[in-house]
Design a protein around this ligand. Structure first.
Ligand SMILES: [Zn+2]
Length: 106
């Protein structure tokens, strides 16, 4: 990843100071989730989905192609995340922040 100016909001930092903290936090959640693993609607494998096109995803395990959210295989908007998912997101965000912090010290 190239040099980053962002500290707090993760990937959503590219929006700068715009759109407000709440929105950027949300974007970060979505984007972190996007990079994570998702459950295939057919074989139920928890795996990293391949994004073929905008909103079209494929499971690398069974080759099942399906339409999903534009950003994530499963639409997260309007869906409440399970505590497990939220914990995963927090973990990812923390990792990301540590990476950024290390880079900034150099
Ligand atoms: Zn599958």
């Amino acid at each position: 990843m190239p040099f980053s100016h962002t500290k707090v909001v993760g990937p959503a930092g590219r929006f700068g100071a715009r759109y407000g903290m709440g929105v950027r936090r949300k974007v970060t959640q979505i984007e972190v989730k996007q990079r994570g693993k998702h459950r295939c609607p057919r074989c139920r494998a928890l795996t990293r989905m391949e994004r073929i096109a905008f909103g079209i995803w494929r499971c690398p395990k069974c080759g099942f192609t399906f339409a999903g959210g534009a950003w994530v295989p499963q639409t997260t908007l309007g869906k409440t995340m399970t505590p497990e998912e939220l914990r995963l997101i927090e973990l990812e965000k923390q990792k990301w922040r540590e990476k950024v912090k290390k880079k900034e010290k150099v």
